[in-house]
Design a protein around this ligand. Structure first.
Ligand SMILES: Cc1ncc(COP(=O)(O)O)c(C=O)c1O
Length: 369
């Protein structure tokens, strides 16, 4: 009887996750009710290339029965970016690339370094493996804290993640700085996250292979407009990539995304058009914000971080009632009162600015003197 009771009590206890998993922060992006002008998530606000849609429509019922094959598309992608296939891994968005890097390289005692504020998924994935996440906070300028970042590197540093341009600030880290970080931590993997590369143009992708500890991530969710398909690219030294590949599932990227990627890569005209729209729109948005008296961080990406102050929540609500979504970044470290607006095609910038003007009036916002 005693042993039956023991079995019953064990049955009632759920298995526990690893300590690191219990301590991990959770990421809950506010994804509900986004049927509006999406100036909240830094997506392409308009459309992917029409050629991608055409390819999508060629999917057959029989085609859906197959496991997807990544290698052929990796070869095409590698060639497109001037890399070797063994230097490239396609992933389920850059989110997955970050997750895989952490799984492959971080031990419980290792340190990982990020700057804050930055993309929250770095923290989620790093904390999955280690509690030793070092955050180097930007000062009031929100520029990348280069000197303090370098000073945070120790012999225990095993992973460094730097986004350039950074999200949510739009701040950049120069190629020279990125390479100096790699040189200062030869024992660490350095991930340069270039999710917003297309809106800036500076890159360390050409340094892949030459700098042994450098990995570079590129997403197809932003400029290419393929967020719905979930596909990203991780590039780096073949030896490191072999280890990342080892922890990835062979079918991590779905077949539809793999079918569409070569078409999207080949349509450079469309990509250039969209980036042009954003770059012109960003200048227009920044001029518009100046005219409205709103302080902002000068951005190198497809979004602008605006300093609204105490009325940040009211502004986001007022914009929503006008059918425009913004992202309140106030809970990011050092971002109290900041709201981020995505830059899309010209027409969307016009709509965003008009709604901003009306909303600021409605909430009685006055510029800080
Ligand atoms: C800096 C940065 N990296 C990566 C991502 C995620 O990219 P993906 O959609 O490829 O997972 C984002 C998304 O907002 C981002 O801001």
């Amino acid at each position: 009887m005693a042993s039956v009771a023991k079995v019953e009590s064990v049955k009632n206890e759920l298995p526990q996750a690893r300590r690191a998993v219990l301590a991990m922060p959770e990421y809950h992006p506010p994804l509900a009710a986004r049927d509006a002008l999406r100036l909240d998530f830094n997506e392409n606000t308009y459309a992917a290339s029409p050629k991608v849609l055409k390819r999508l429509k060629q999917t057959t019922a029989e085609g859906l029965t197959k496991y997807p094959e990544r290698e052929g598309v990796e070869r095409i992608t590698a060639e497109h970016f001037g890399l070797r296939p063994d230097q490239v891994l396609l992933t389920n968005g850059v989110d997955e690339a970050i997750h895989l890097i952490c799984a492959a390289f971080l031990e419980e005692d290792d340190e990982a370094i990020i700057c804050t504020p930055t993309f929250f998924m770095y923290e989620v994935s790093a904390r999955m493996m280690t509690s030793h996440l070092v955050r180097v906070q930007a000062d009031e300028s929100l520029e990348f804290p280069y000197e303090r970042f370098l000073a945070a590197i120790t012999p225990k540093t095993k992973l460094i993640i730097v986004a350039s341009p950074n999200n949510p600030t739009g701040a950049i880290v120069s190629r020279e700085q990125m390479l100096a970080i790699c040189a200062a931590a030869p024992q660490a993997v350095v991930l340069a996250d270039e999710a917003y590369y297309h809106f800036h143009g500076d890159s360390v992708l050409a340094d892949v292979g030459k700098v042994p500890n450098l990995l570079v991530a590129r997403t197809f969710s932003k400029a290419y407009g393929l967020a719905f398909l979930r596909i990203g690219m991780l590039a780096g030294n073949a030896e490191l990539m072999k280890l990342v590949r080892k922890v990835s599932s062979p079918y991590n990227v779905n077949g539809i995304a793999l079918d569409c990627l070569p078409v999207a890569l080949a349509d450079g005209t469309y990509l250039d058009w969209y980036c042009d729209q954003v770059n012109t729109g960003r200048a227009r948005m920044m001029d518009g914000l100046r005219a409205l008296g709103i302080d902002f961080f000068p951005s190198h990406a497809n979004f602008v971080l605006m300093k609204i102050g105490a009325k940040h929540t009211e502004l986001v609500k007022a914009m929503r009632t006008r059918g425009v979504l913004l992202r309140d970044r106030s809970s990011d470290p050092g971002c109290d009162g900041f709201v981020r607006i995505t830059i899309g095609i010209e027409d969307h910038v016009t709509q965003g600015l008009a709604a901003l003007k009306e909303s600021l009036q409605e909430i009685g916002w006055v510029a800080a003197s």
